[in-house]
Design a protein around this ligand. Structure first.
Ligand SMILES: C[S@@+](CC[C@H](N)C(=O)[O-])C[C@H]1O[C@@H](n2cnc3c(N)ncnc32)[C@H](O)[C@@H]1O
Length: 170
């Protein structure tokens, strides 16, 4: 067996779950049945100071990179709150730290739904109209990962029940 693979198989699997929402992190921590293998951190991924706790986790666990980073249903929220350049930064930051980057991008119709929902509540996403990545946002994400970040898509799932695809980039 390849030495690299052998080493990995002998290492116990550890997971770090990250979210910006402290209530979600608290709930997840309370329900955590194996705290030695799974831990949680309340982190805004785009905030470098807060992101230090992820870096510390990596140092403590002797990691140069994570084997995999999974970003499920988050790209739209990063995009709506931090514009195109914020989404690019998010992808770049996580891509740099992952052997395998797993992304489930929300397609444009999710943005439209979220915008309508917020409008009904009398609010707006201030950046919504300014976004340059729009109707083909999932394609733009793929292009950016492949052309600017030198990633290669190795697998794409069939659409999930929410009609989203999960894409695996090496
Ligand atoms: C649609 S939920 C998906 C939650 C989870 N990934 C899943 O698949 O069930 C989007 C999540 O992204 C989190 N989020 C939004 N902006 C974030 C940021 N800058 N850093 C970390 N988490 C963020 C939100 O708090 C929310 O829990």
């Amino acid at each position: 067996m390849h030495k690299y693979l052998k080493e990995r198989l002998h290492r116990s699997v550890k997971v770090l779950g990250v979210d910006i929402d402290p209530r979600l992190i608290q709930r997840a921590s309370e329900e955590n049945e194996s705290p030695e293998d799974v831990s949680y951190a309340c982190v805004d991924v785009l905030d470098d100071e807060a992101f230090e706790s992820v870096k510390t986790y990596m140092e403590v666990n002797n990691l140069e990179k994570f084997d995999a980073i999974c970003c499920y249903s988050i790209t739209m929220w990063i995009h709506l709150n931090h514009h195109d350049q914020g989404l690019r930064l998010f992808l770049q930051k996580l891509s740099n730290l992952a052997e395998l980057l797993v992304v489930e991008p929300q397609p444009w119709k999710c943005y439209q739904k979220a915008e309508r929902r917020l409008k009904k509540a009398g609010e707006i996403f201030p950046l919504f109209l300014e976004l340059k990545w729009r109707s083909d946002v999932d394609l733009q994400i793929q292009k950016y990962l492949e052309e600017s970040l030198d990633r290669r898509k190795i697998f794409e799932s069939a659409p999930t029940k929410w009609q989203r695809k999960i894409c695996f980039y090496r």
